[in-house]
Design a protein around this ligand. Structure first.
Ligand code: GLY
Ligand code: MN
Length: 354
């Protein structure tokens, strides 16, 4: 089944006649294409409208939906209205997780039928990746691993976090990444205690840890990885923290499988850090799902009680952050299987001293 068929097959369960797709990731999921258009999927067909900027590419790449050109005289809304009326569609689901309030008001005013929040329908399907999606995520991750190797040869004392972040972007895009999956995080020395530090003018110097968190997109699908490396020899305490984080990550990875609740996976890692005396410094969740968006659900977090689906792709990213001093995070990406998981991040996790 392609993704349009998968969405169509879910409509009866949600009591819907159609699903309206308006977000970039929704379009990409359904069509494998993004053209700032409007997609309506019914139980037995689909209509995609896009404008002159994208129409040629859409006609070349999109299958499984009738493609119509939206023009200033006959735009997305009139085309959608005609389709809804012709097919006598009544209950229309929409992406309530991403639609703005203004957008909702506009669709509600201009389209016939009842708009019904239906984010869950798409989230449920997107949580479990198929082989085509996994192939793109593996490619994105392989590019990210290569970029990490390249950055190790680039870093020198005296560079700024900003320069390293810019180079990471270059390394990923020049190797085939279409764009970054989020702005890279590069945090040196004391900045490393801020999990989402913004790279700035901080100069990297010997004796510092440098945490780099980065990823790219291939055909919309994300990668995500973090490595913390030492510039010059780390102190014994820094080494201890590093190995505690690595042990926690390994424990989480050992617990990660389809069917496990997110909180079981999180707890397996958290326990290791608690027992090593660093529990209070692990201030976020073990991991999040990713796919077309860098953060998807479900999470591997202490709050998540639902079983993780087989085929979910999650990050494994414990960290220890000691305010004002330093931080360590190590992040891989895992595909959950029935009996465990596959770690698709290939870069070494032994402490690298540059
Ligand atoms: N790697 C960025 C994040 O997970 O938020
Ligand atoms: Mn992450």
């Amino acid at each position: 089944m392609n993704h349009i068929e998968k969405i169509a097959a879910q409509l009866p369960e949600y009591g819907l006649d159609a699903m309206l797709i308006t977000s970039e990731s929704g379009e990409r999921y359904a069509l494998g294409f993004h053209g700032e258009g409007l997609l309506l999927i019914t139980r037995d067909g689909a209509q995609y409208t896009t404008d002159g900027r994208y129409i040629e590419a859409a006609r070349e790449q999109v299958t499984g939906a009738e493609i119509l050109l939206s023009t200033p005289d006959r735009g997305h809304m009139p085309l959608a209205k005609e389709y809804i009326e012709a097919k006598a569609l009544h209950n229309i689901g929409f992406e309530s997780g991403s639609m703005t309030v203004d957008g909702y008001r506009k669709y509600e005013q201009e389209l016939p039928g009842i708009l019904t929040p239906a984010q869950k329908l798409l989230d449920g399907l997107r949580a479990s990746k198929d082989e085509g999606e996994l192939a793109l995520m593996r490619r994105a991750q392989a590019i990210t691993d290569e970029a990490f190797q390249a950055i190790l040869n680039f870093i020198r004392p005296g560079m700024t976090e900003r320069e390293i972040a810019a180079r990471l972007v270059y390394e990923m895009l020049s190797r085939g990444g279409d764009k970054v999956s989020f702005d890279p995080i590069v945090a040196a020395g004391a900045n490393g205690s801020r999990p989402h530090a913004v790279p700035g003018d901080q100069v990297v110097d010997t004796g510092m840890f440098i945490t780099m968190d980065f990823g790219c997109k291939v055909e919309g699908y994300c990668s995500d990885m973090t490595r913390t490396v030492a510039l010059g020899h780390p102190t014994q305490e820094m080494e201890e923290v590093y190995s505690a984080v690595l042990n926690a990550q390994k424990a989480g990875i050992n617990a990660a499988r389809g069917g496990a609740a997110g909180r079981e996976i999180d707890e397996a890692a958290r326990r290791v850090l608690r027992e090593a005396g660093y529990g209070e410094y692990f201030t976020h969740s073990f991991g999040h799902s990713l796919g077309l968006d860098i953060h998807e659900c479900p999470n591997a977090s202490s709050k998540e009680t639902r079983p993780m689906p087989v085929g979910a792709v999650i990050s494994a990213e414990p960290g220890v952050y000691i305010p004002g001093r330093f931080g360590v995070r190590i992040e891989d990406v895992l595909i959950l299987k029935e009996d465990g998981c596959e770690d698709i991040t290939r870069s070494s996790k032994d402490l690298i001293v540059l």
